[in-house]
Write a protein that binds this ligand. Structure first.
Ligand code: PEP
Ligand code: MN
Length: 293
């Protein structure tokens, strides 16, 4: 049995939601990315820099996270930044570097698509589309990725309710793409001590409402490197199917989100801790050897 045997009740259904809603307690979608099964009993770890900055940054970081057990490489080629004067990403060159890193490490890649007009280009250079928090309600973009047959990592809008989050997923499913992974990445609250408030409640709630895999981003969820490991473990204890974590080979020099990016050695330690923690909650880390063979 590959499904997690959990006691999550079907608490409520979101009226009118035909496709994202769970039909029964063991209704669970598994998104398969080249043999990496997201949503099953095994935990899937996505790691890499916030942004693709240059060849050595991406390749060094990719090699290290792969060696330490990450399954999928992350890295933004198009970056949604608060200021138009901040680094916006390497764009097409970034996509090419992701392909190079995939070739070098064997890891599939996930990268953000910010605009419906970029879906074809990004789609031919990624294994998973990431829809960022700022675009969760960009319905034309959701429809566009919904018309592809590539998995979509949908991040929760920073101001989105659980209902709104699942309606965004429904847009993608409605177009025929059933490979949607939900990602809790923290929401805006009155609290300013951390970048966002990581809503761990969302994990059991989403697991009760939907059959879609649920992963957690403790990097954007906290904004502080020193909090990332703790909240990553909390997310797994709360039932998440995986994590997406920012790691940089030299976080102090990062062009984007350095303060929340783990040093490679910290990521290694976290992977060791997760390996110990996972069995306590009926999970295990996805076996990399079986994927690569
Ligand atoms: C990211 O993953 O780098 C990112 C921009 O995340 P979010 O959309 O959650 O802010
Ligand atoms: Mn980031």
């Amino acid at each position: 049995m590959d499904q997690l045997d959990c006691n999550i009740p079907n608490i409520k259904k979101i009226p009118g939601q035909k496709l994202a809603s769970k039909k029964s307690n063991n209704h669970q979608t598994i998104v398969d990315v080249q043999g990496i099964r997201i949503g099953g009993k095994s935990l899937v770890i996505i790691a890499g820099p916030c942004a693709v900055e240059n060849k050595s940054q991406l390749l060094d970081t990719a090699r290290l996270v792969s060696e330490y057990g990450a399954h999928i490489l992350r890295g933004g080629a198009y970056k949604p930044r608060s200021s138009p004067y901040s680094f916006q990403g390497l764009e097409e060159e970034g996509l090419e570097l992701l392909q190079l890193a995939k070739l070098e490490t064997g890891m599939p890649v996930v990268t953000e698509v910010m605009d419906a007009r970029q879906v074809a280009l990004v789609g031919s250079n990624t294994d998973i589309f990431q829809i960022g928090s700022r675009n969760m309600s960009n319905y034309s973009l959701l429809r566009e990725v919904g018309m592809t047959n590539k998995p979509v990592l949908l991040k929760r809008g920073m101001n989105a309710t659980i209902d709104e989050f699942l309606w965004a997923a429904e847009y993608i499913l409605h177009e025929g793409n059933d490979q949607v992974i939900l990602c809790e990445r923290g929401i805006r609250t009155f609290e300013t001590a951390y970048r966002n408030t990581l809503d761990l409640n969302a994990i059991p709630m989403l697991k009760s409402l939907t059959h879609l895999p649920v992963i957690v981003d403790p990097s954007h969820g906290t904004g502080h490197r020193w909090m990332v490991g703790t909240m990553a473990k909390a997310a797994i204890a709360a039932g998440a199917d995986g994590l997406i974590i920012e790691v940089h080979h030299q976080p102090d020099l990062a062009l984007c989100d350095g303060d929340q990016s783990l040093y490679p050695e910290e990521f290694k330690k976290l992977m060791e801790e997760l390996t110990i923690l996972a069995p306590a909650v009926g999970r295990k880390i996805h076996d990399k050897a079986t994927i690569l063979s």
